[in-house]
Design a protein around this ligand. Structure first.
Ligand code: AMP
Ligand code: ZN
Length: 116
């Protein structure tokens, strides 16, 4: 169910423009508007799920497909050899700012661990 007040619902329903890099029946992948690495993409389910903590067993295939799309995009962007980072910020304390589940794909530079 789309949420009229949700930015990513508005992007997946094309009411707000974004740089789309891939689309499937259930997912949209876009360029992050404020990239934190040379490649910074977001894989967004079209379904409004606020956070990963709200996902249910019924979302198992969707979550797997989101990771697999990130994997495919990493390959397309030549990130697979050197490495890349996939992040799902979950909740305000983890730094989530858009409360519509999304997978960050970051690559093209080295990353530190632990993250801040
Ligand atoms: P998070 O902090 O994990 O919720 O990530 C939200 C991400 O959405 C941030 O990296 C933002 O830069 C990105 N973002 C916010 N607004 C837009 C937009 N209109 N188009 C693309 N990315 C956006
Ligand atoms: Zn939404």
């Amino acid at each position: 169910m789309a949420d009229a007040d949700c930015l990513f619902c508005r992007i997946t329903s094309r009411q707000v423009p974004a740089e789309i890099v891939a689309e499937t029946g259930e997912l949209l992948a876009i360029k992050d508007i404020n990239p934190q690495a040379p490649t910074h993409l977001l894989v967004i389910p079209k379904e409004h799920i606020p956070t990963l903590a709200d996902a249910t067993d019924g979302h198992t295939a969707l979550l797997g497909n989101a990771l697999q799309l990130a994997n495919r995009l990493a390959r397309q962007h030549q990130l697979s050899q050197g490495g890349y980072r996939v992040v799902v910020n979950t909740g305000a304390e983890a730094g989530q700012s858009v409360f519509h589940l999304h997978v960050h794909l970051l690559g093209g530079r080295p990353f530190r661990w632990p993250p801040g």
